[in-house]
Design a protein around this ligand. Structure first.
Ligand code: 5GP
Ligand code: ZN
Length: 136
């Protein structure tokens, strides 16, 4: 279902222009307006879901299959050296557009970009406490 005032719903429906590189019944894949690298693309779910929590599992599975297929095409056509998949959920995680999308970010030797998450420290006890919290 389309959500009023959702910019990605409008793009998916073709009501706002985009550089579309792929379309099917479930997704429209567009080039990001502010690419972090050459070829930065967004896999947009056709049906509005705010984020991964709301996305039907079947669509989530299809999104990853599509990413896998596009990864090969990007490597072949853009000659990228690597690829980041990124998917943000919630403001705290950096989500700025509240409509499910999966970033495909081709990486090139010397592209100057970095993923700035800093590894921390955890004791074995802390790791075990987290494991229990998630699994029990
Ligand atoms: P988020 O931060 O929500 O994970 O990512 C949103 C992305 O959408 C950003 O990379 C931003 O550049 C991109 N974006 C925002 N508005 C538009 C738009 O109107 N058209 C396109 N093609 N990309 C957009
Ligand atoms: Zn939407």
């Amino acid at each position: 279902m389309k959500k009023e005032d959702c910019i990605f719903c409008k793009i998916v429906q073709g009501e706002l222009p985009s550089r579309t590189i792929y379309e099917d019944g479930d997704f429209r894949v567009i080039l990001d307006l502010k690419p972090v690298t050459r070829g930065h693309a967004l896999i947009l779910a056709r049906e509005h879901a705010d984020n991964l929590y709301e996305l039907p599992e079947e669509t989530a599975g299809k999104a990853m299959i599509l990413a896998r297929r596009l990864a090969g095409i990007f490597r072949e056509k853009l000659h990228c050296d690597g690829l980041n998949l990124m998917q943000n959920n919630g403001e705290v995680a950096g989500q700025t557009v509240t409509h499910f999308h999966l970033h495909m970010i081709p990486r090139y030797e010397g592209d100057g970009q970095e993923i700035n998450l800093v590894p921390g420290e955890a004791t074995q006890e802390e790791l075990e406490a987290v494991r229990k919290q998630i699994t029990e």
